[in-house]
Design a protein around this ligand. Structure first.
Ligand code: DX5
Ligand code: ZN
Length: 446
């Protein structure tokens, strides 16, 4: 279901989908590199590891066949840093009847003793135990990989047996939860109650993102503070380069100043022809997410990678005249899909109604493909149009003039969040309409 890359401070952990696992099993490394297109296996990976990986197709194919309905569990995991795959975990089968999940585990020794293994192992353990069926995570690593074994032992893995001549380590759910080396996230302390798959499917809470473009630029620091105090979820920062759009807004320096005044999530929207030269400056200035436009064509794939490789969330935007099918190839590689509801360039324009079917389309793709990107709308968003978009499937709402124009920003943010949440619940549970709360009546409540 959730195939988004797991991001640790320095690694992107890329899970293989069933399709990718099948490609790997049938076409080997070159096939997978070509398919993913985003990274290369480190050319210096030792032969032994490559052989071991390539010796697994039979196993992968068996697993795929054995668990046809288990999209989460038949995957391998590649550890990628600086666009290089430096190691892997996997391949995990479905947890067996006793709740055991198996992870083979390897990392190249040039990357050992640098914390990568602990980072990766921790992320994998969090991921595995988020599934309530899992009671034991096992890991095996070659007997002579002393560094790997040390990391496993430090993180409470104990030798519980042997697997193909190598020690087999195990970490129980109880040990994981109580481990001090490996503190699980607070939600996981309660993990018996967590059903990760349901978590992913439950209606999400709405993200309200005031756009700084509509702020009073003569007191920008105070305006940022005002947004922070409004309890909005994201601050949307529109970057216009005078080329991709016929207007110029502001650059990294303004983002840096905003960052000094705020701990909010910074959603940077690059309406720029050459984002490749801007990604790094905006990351340094404090961006948490960078959105690029699908209209950039051939460059999109490498830009997505570039943002990922800097450890930031990836957004992909689509302009009103652009066909929505152009975003389809990238959906499993992004965190946010931004449907532009005005032609970008200026704040204060009127919402383009014809964009609603695009929102519906990306919403149904998300469910069909089992993905989890946010669906963001931007341009002409006020209470009414936000509700319309929420009813169509949007869950992140950028609003400039619609929110900044309100004297009480905090109340406006709350109102937009409540109204969109309600509209999206109605979409999930249409019978609510019978209780007298239709999306329309919500929309008209001013
Ligand atoms: C449009 C920008 C929007 C803009 C929205 O080019 O991408 O983010 O700030 O502003 P309003 O909400 O005023 O349309
Ligand atoms: Zn924007």
């Amino acid at each position: 279901m959730n195939y988004a890359v797991i991001q640790t401070p320095r690694l992107q952990i890329h899970p293989l989908s069933r399709e990718e696992a099948r490609i790997f099993a049938t076409e080997g490394r070159p096939g997978l590199e070509k398919h993913l297109g985003l990274f290369r296996f480190d050319p210096q990976l030792p032969e032994q590891w490559l052989k071991e990986m390539e010796g697994t197709p039979q196993y992968i194919l068996q697993q795929l066949e054995k668990h046809p309905n288990e999209p989460l569990w038949n995957t391998g995991w590649l550890f990628i840093t600086d666009q290089r795959c430096i190691g892997s975990m996997g391949f995990a089968g479905s947890p067996d009847e006793s709740g055991k999940v198996f992870l083979g585990y390897w990392i190249d020794e040039r990357y050992q003793n640098r914390g990568y293994m602990t980072e990766g192992l921790r992320a994998m353990a969090e991921w595995a135990f988020a599934d309530p069926r899992v009671h034991l995570m096992t890991a095996n690593t070659p007997v002579d990989n002393v560094a790997s074994r040390r990391v496993l032992e430090k993180n409470r893995f104990r030798v519980i047996g042997e697997f193909e001549g190598h020690p087999l380590y195990g970490l129980s759910r109880a040990d994981f939860i109580h481990s001090t080396f490996f503190p699980p996230s607070p939600q996981l302390k309660n993990s018996a109650k967590i059903d990760s798959q349901k978590q992913m499917l439950k209606p999400r809470s709405m993200i309200i993102a005031p756009s700084l473009l509509a702020a009073n630029f003569s007191k920008i620091g105070l305006e940022v503070l005002r947004v922070q105090l409004s309890k909005a979820d994201w601050l949307h920062l529109d970057i216009m380069d005078g080329h991709f759009v016929p207007n110029i807004s502001f650059g990294p320096e303004v983002v840096r100043i905003a960052r000094a005044n705020s701990r909010m999530f910074f959603d940077v929207h690059l309406m720029c022809s050459r984002p490749e030269i801007l990604i790094e400056p905006f990351v340094k200035a404090g961006a948490d997410s960078l959105t690029i436009h699908v209209e950039l064509g051939d460059k999109v794939e490498s830009l997505i990678w570039k943002i990922r490789s800097m450890g930031k969330k990836v957004g992909l935007a689509v302009n009103p005249p652009t066909n929505i099918s152009t975003v389809e190839p990238y959906l499993d590689k992004i965190d946010t899909l931004l449907v532009m509801t005005v032609n970008p360039g200026f704040g204060g324009q009127a919402f383009i109604e014809e964009m609603i079917p695009k929102v519906q389309q990306v919403y149904s793709w998300r469910a069909e493909k089992g993905l989890c990107y946010n669906i963001e709308v931007d341009g002409g968003i006020n209470f009414d149009t936000a509700v319309e978009c929420a009813a169509a499937g949007a869950d992140a709402f950028v609003s400039g003039t619609g929110l900044f124009g309100k004297r009480n920003l905090k109340a406006a943010v709350k109102k937009m969040r409540d109204m969109t949440e309600r509209a999206s619940k109605i979409r999930e549970n249409p019978e609510e309409i019978e209780k007298g709360s239709s999306a329309q009546s919500v929309g008209n409540r001013k």
